[in-house]
Design a protein around this ligand. Structure first.
Ligand SMILES: [Zn+2]
Length: 332
């Protein structure tokens, strides 16, 4: 967004938050220490602990059931309400985040993408990092055809390979799951590696997910089967991707799924490339989902669309930065 639209957006939020006290939904992905994190998805356990401590002392952290109750009732939230959510289903959610949440008695809602649960495979954006950015010797150039378009990258140095990684990431996030799988297979051959993932980047096992779901601090929601930008898919495929994750989770956990979040989920789009659209909302309704989160900056009010609620991405912020950000989130 440009400077002027930023200003208008902030002013609009400020006025909305003056009219009605807002609630804020926080979005996390991982809680762990990583040696490299090009997507900035991980919060360190120490920072996560400090963040939860601050939330417990200064905010009203609702669990997913209470949050859903206010969304469905169309009632204003209690003062300074916060919902903590996680996307994707990384193993560290169970191994590192849950013990801290339990210690701090803080509930959270975990949206799980199902295709790589219980496997050693990585999500494709991590896999792309593993192939390109973990120091293996690579050919000096990469030519790859994606959706019929030929792309050429210089992979002769660490800096150019890093650029190639970010470019490929931006291209693949708008591709259908089969196209992403084909591109990754091509890259394995090109780089001379296989599809075996790193233990540091795996998803939960079925047993870990079941143990997680049994915690009184945890609610589970779905996040598609293969993590496509659903807005790029025809309605039938959206229904299939969202429905498959819902079915797998319901049969594994023996509980009904009420929650869903859009993969990527930004409201911004490039031309015809969208993370979600009216068909996505229709598919969620059709599947009986009750609350759906997106991933664009904003606060939740009684007039917010329950099928595209805004969320605010939390980075690896130390306590003082997190405190300032939270104050701002409740105003702007
Ligand atoms: Zn995701």
């Amino acid at each position: 967004m440009g400077k002027l639209s930023d200003l208008i957006f902030s002013a609009t939020n400020f006025v909305a938050n003056k009219i009605q006290r807002p609630a804020v939904i926080l979005l996390y992905h991982r809680v762990t220490d990583l040696s490299a994190d090009p997507q900035e998805l991980a919060v360190s356990p120490a920072n996560f602990d400090a963040q939860l401590q601050h939330l417990q002392s200064s905010y009203n952290v609702l669990d997913a059931d209470r949050f859903l109750h206010y969304v469905k009732a169309g009632k204003p939230f209690p003062e300074r309400s916060v919902l903590v959510t996680f996307d994707d289903g990384y193993a560290d959610n169970y191994l590192e985040a849950l013990p801290i949440m339990t210690q701090r008695a803080t509930p959270a809602l975990f949206y799980i993408t199902t295709s790589k649960l219980n496997t050693s495979k990585e999500q494709w954006w991590d896999d792309l990092e593993r192939v390109l950015l973990t120091g293996r010797p690579l050919p000096a150039a990469l030519s790859i055809t994606i959706n019929g378009v030929a792309h050429h990258f210089n992979t002769a140095t660490a800096a150019t390979t890093r650029d190639a990684y970010y470019d490929l990431q931006a291209i693949l996030r708008f591709c259908a799951p089969d196209v992403i799988d084909q591109a990754m297979q091509y890259l394995y051959t090109w780089a001379g590696c296989d599809g075996e993932g790193r233990p540091t980047h795996r998803m939960m096992t079925f047993d870990e997910l079941k143990a997680m779901a049994a915690s009184k601090y945890v609610r589970i929601g779905c996040h598609t089967h293969r993590h496509p930008a659903v807005g790029m898919l025809p309605y039938a495929q959206q229904l299939q991707e969202i429905g498959q994750s819902k079915e797998i989770l319901e049969s594994l956990l023996q509980e009904r799924m009420q929650h869903f979040s859009y993969p990527f989920g930004g409201r911004k789009f490039l031309g015809s490339k969208r993370y979600y659209n009216a068909d996505s909302i229709k598919a969620c309704r059709e599947l009986g989902l009750e609350m759906v989160c997106a991933n664009y900056y904003g606060q939740v009010h009684t007039w917010s669309n329950p099928f595209a609620l805004p969320r605010i991405l939390v980075r690896d912020w130390p306590a003082d930065v997190f405190r300032q950000k939270m104050e701002r989130f409740f105003k702007l």
